[in-house]
Design a binder for this molecule. Structure first.
Ligand code: PGA
Length: 259
């Protein structure tokens, strides 16, 4: 049976009360189905200010909650930052890291993202580690070189258990928020390259790595089935379409039909 992870990246949207109403509606619509389909996991990632409220709405739900970023230090004089142990303490089980918006707008480097991944693993919060190439990089044939650099910066030196406890989200930058998703064939080709690369970085050739590789970038209710039907696409990191209960549940339902 295939396992899928469907993750909603809310970015900087909604107010806390709207977020609570949203997850009430979402869990009312999909929780029973998720309960009956334990190989499909779902997570929503609201802004920091909404986390506690959303977590308390979802205490008896199958839907997990994640943050969108964290710092790599555990405590100290880091004004404005949030530590992995703080996320863990309020009940976050996932945290998105290295999203292209954080890389391009906030100057996050591979080195910072690598430290953040390790800090999350240390407190058993699952990193959703984002990688992806820009349009220029794809058009100049650099996609695999860029992805390899991003992956090696984080994965080199990790144990097999650590490699398998990270979720990768492949998000071509040109597909994020543009309505122009990668074709299922293009995404599958890149996911399969990423999986091969993981085997080589982790030096694990006999054992099929269970590391989940999600696709992100304009995944929606209309294209989710075709993308998820590809063997190396283990789920989605969804921005815009995760802000509408109907669209998000329809993506979850596509995963259920393919498990
Ligand atoms: P999108 O965003 O689905 O709106 O393209 C995906 C993401 O940025 O994670």
């Amino acid at each position: 049976m295939r396992e899928f992870l469907i993750a909603g990246n809310w970015k900087m949207n909604m107010l806390p009360t709207q977020a609570k109403m949203f997850v009430q509606e979402l869990s009312g619509t999909i929780d029973e189905t998720l309960h009956q389909n334990p190989t499909i996991r779902t997570v929503v990632c609201p802004p920091f200010t909404h986390l506690a409220g959303v977590i308390s709405e979802l205490t008896s739900s199958e839907i997990a909650v994640g943050a969108q970023n964290c710092y790599f230090k555990e405590t100290g004089a880091f004004t404005g930052e949030v530590a992995p142990s703080m996320l863990k303490a309020i009940g976050c089980s996932y945290c998105i890291l290295g999203h292209s918006e954080r890389r391009s707008i906030f100057g996050e480097t591979d080195e910072m993202i690598s430290q953040k991944v390790k800090a999350l693993l240390a407190v058993s919060v699952t990193p959703i580690f984002c990688i992806g190439e820009t349009l220029d990089e794809r058009e100049s044939g650099q996609t695999n070189v860029v992805l390899e650099k991003q992956i090696r910066a984080v994965f080199e030196g990790l144990t097999l258990e650590e490699v398998e406890s990270i979720v990768i989200a492949y998000e071509p930058v040109w597909a994020i928020g543009t309505g122009k998703s990668a074709t299922p064939e293009m995404a599958e080709e890149t996911h399969s390259f990423i999986r091969e690369l993981l085997h080589s970085v982790a030096n694990q050739f006999g054992h099929k790595l269970t590391t989940k590789i999600l696709y992100g970038g304009s995944m929606n209710a209309a294209n989710a089935y075709d993308l998820l039907s590809k063997p190396n696409i283990d789920g989605g990191l969804i921005g815009g379409a995760s802000l509408k209960v109907q669209d998000f549940t329809s993506i979850i339902t596509s995963a259920i039909s393919l498990q």
